[in-house]
Design a protein around this ligand. Structure first.
Ligand code: RIB
Ligand code: CA
Length: 320
């Protein structure tokens, strides 16, 4: 199987970090053209630093890191320090990154990479607000044909919002960017709270990770343990939902998820429901099916895959 050319756009954030560590562990499956930082969970200066720290932790200094947009297209920035901690990846050791930041702006990197690619040549994996992706598409619309698919974390349908009663964080932060992305005409696979809330970092699952006994798994265990505290208290669950790793997990093992083509429209104006994803799951409108929405997941299979990826940093991994 040829390694899939991907650009991962993210806002680490512990769950973004786990997603990156899964992708970094599989150079046989992913040709990571670059990782781009966006403002989201914490400000851009921290998200770009955190990506660089994770590249070093994973032994992947070969992966270029770019800083992108430091605020949403139109709305005022909001962050999630209360969830992710002051550093954004609290739970792992944070120091000065040895991996450099590339001088090119992330949006220009995305544009240049796509312009140089073949049609359908690159998979985009955004797991934060969609500001960088939307900015690139708005600046050079012709790059859309180079995008094979957009595999993103964002939105909610059956689950209520996690940042307002109506909206999930990534879409809420930049609903105008989400509107651009969901309107770009390229294939989209969307993992929202409906499936991520089924992927809880339960104690036995975290213990399996801790037992791997390699430095990356140790860092993942520390981040997941820290990440658990806020949502466990909020939802009254034993563990926090793991959001962003749905994207790389699906690319590795699509059979773990069930998807349904439907229309997803974004609320961008209502003060009460801005950021809401209106997922037409039962096709009650004639709107075009602009995405596939994930509605079922094999939770145990997901954590088996996550554990296997982390085992590859210092132990025997199984072919998944
Ligand atoms: O709502 C969950 C999403 O918001 C995740 O991507 C998490 O990292 C935060 O960015
Ligand atoms: Ca994220």
């Amino acid at each position: 199987m040829t390694a899939l050319p991907v650009i991962i756009d993210c806002d680490p954030g512990q769950d973004d970090a786990i997603n990156l560590l899964m992708a970094f562990a599989r150079p046989d499956r992913f040709d990571i053209l670059g990782v781009t930082a966006v403002a989201g969970n914490v400000p851009l200066n921290l998200t770009q630093r955190n990506i660089r720290l994770l590249c070093a932790l994973a032994g992947r200094p070969d992966i270029p890191v770019y800083a992108g947009c430091d605020r949403p297209l139109i709305r005022e920035p909001i962050t999630a320090h209360q969830v992710h901690g002051p550093e954004g990846i609290d739970g792992m050791t944070v120091g000065a990154p040895s991996v450099p930041l590339q001088p090119q702006h992330a949006v220009d990197f995305i544009i240049a990479t796509l312009e140089a690619a073949d049609d359908d040549g690159v998979t985009l994996v955004p797991t934060g607000p969609l500001t960088n992706i939307a900015a690139a598409l708005s600046k050079v619309p012709a790059i859309a044909s180079k995008i094979s698919q957009i595999v993103l974390m964002g939105g909610a349908m059956r689950e209520a919002g996690n940042f307002t009663p109506s909206a999930e964080f990534n879409i809420l932060v930049d609903p105008h960017a989400a509107e651009v992305v969901f309107g770009c005409g390229r294939p989209i696979v969307a993992f929202g709270l409906d499936v991520t809330h089924r992927l809880l970092g339960l104690p036995d699952r975290l213990e399996r990770i801790r037992a791997l006994g390699n430095p990356v798994a140790d860092a993942a265990y520390g981040m997941l343990s820290f990440f658990n505290r806020f949502d466990s208290a909020k939802y009254g669950s034993e563990g926090a939902p793991l959001h962003d790793p749905c994207t790389i997990a699906w690319l590795l093992r699509p059979e773990l998820f069930q998807l349904k083509p439907c229309n997803i429209s974004i609320e961008t104006t209502s003060p009460l429901t801005v950021g809401h994803t209106a997922v037409d799951f039962w096709h009650v409108t004639t709107k075009p099916h602009n995405a596939r929405w994930a509605f079922e997941v094999d939770s145990e299979g997901f954590f088996d895959l996550l554990t296997d990826c982390l085992s590859r940093y210092g132990g025997r991994g199984q072919d998944m």
